[in-house]
Design a protein around this ligand. Structure first.
Ligand SMILES: Cc1cc2nc3c(=O)[nH]c(=O)nc-3n(C[C@H](O)[C@H](O)[C@H](O)COP(=O)(O)O)c2cc1C
Length: 179
């Protein structure tokens, strides 16, 4: 099973569209996909105590633990991923151990390109994750001005990079599973 995480809490999220594009590619490849949308199933803030027992936290940790790999889509906020993305990792920490992770970021400008590095370092150094050395960084123009029911990735280059990221994530996770 491959897990697709959407970390944005925005009702009009663009990174959620990146997550949807990942899920579509995985389905096209015949893979089993689960999704974890932090807007649809909100998590409590990590308090190092009771929050671990919240039903949504327990479900999230189970999904991460059972995933062969995780495609993780998040917004860029203040030159980092948003707080909800970090909160997910704080709450589900050990479940990430050894996972292959592909990252996708939606941002407002070109200058925040390095914003994946805090999350990358944490996943690599804390949990020995293999973070795919290719990631998707998409600005607003990648999504076009289309009606809500037609929302999606409209930029061919970004759509191609989503496919490359998904395919590379599957390839690496399979190689590790076979080892
Ligand atoms: C609080 C806040 C902080 C932001 N900080 C940045 C930033 O540091 N760099 C950037 O490129 N865009 C920044 N943005 C723009 C968002 O990354 C952009 O709107 C993106 O589409 C958000 O992802 P989402 O649509 O999936 O929620 C910020 C937006 C908000 C609301």
């Amino acid at each position: 099973m491959y897990l697709v995480v959407s970390a944005s809490l925005s009702p009009t999220s663009r990174s959620r569209l990146l997550a949807a594009a990942c899920a579509a590619r995985l389905t096209e490849r015949g893979e089993t996909v689960e999704t974890l949308d932090l807007r649809a199933d909100p998590l409590p803030m990590c308090d190092g105590a009771e929050a671990y027992g919240h039903p949504n936290t327990v479900r999230a940790a189970k999904l991460v633990a059972e995933a062969q790999a995780v495609l993780f889509a998040a917004p860029v906020y203040n030159y980092d991923v948003n707080a909800a993305a970090k909160n997910l990792v704080e709450l589900t920490g050990a479940a990430w151990t050894g996972k292959t992770v592909g990252l996708l970021l939606a941002a407002g400008g070109h200058g925040s390109y390095m914003s994946a590095m805090g999350l990358t370092n944490s996943l690599m150094l804390d949990f020995r994750c293999i973070v795919v050395p290719r990631f998707v960084y998409a600005l607003g123009e990648a999504f076009g001005e289309v009606a809500e029911e037609e929302w999606g990735v409209t930029n061919d280059d970004v759509a191609r990079r989503v496919i490359e990221l998904v395919d590379e994530t599957v390839r690496i996770s399979r190689a590790l599973a076979a080892d």
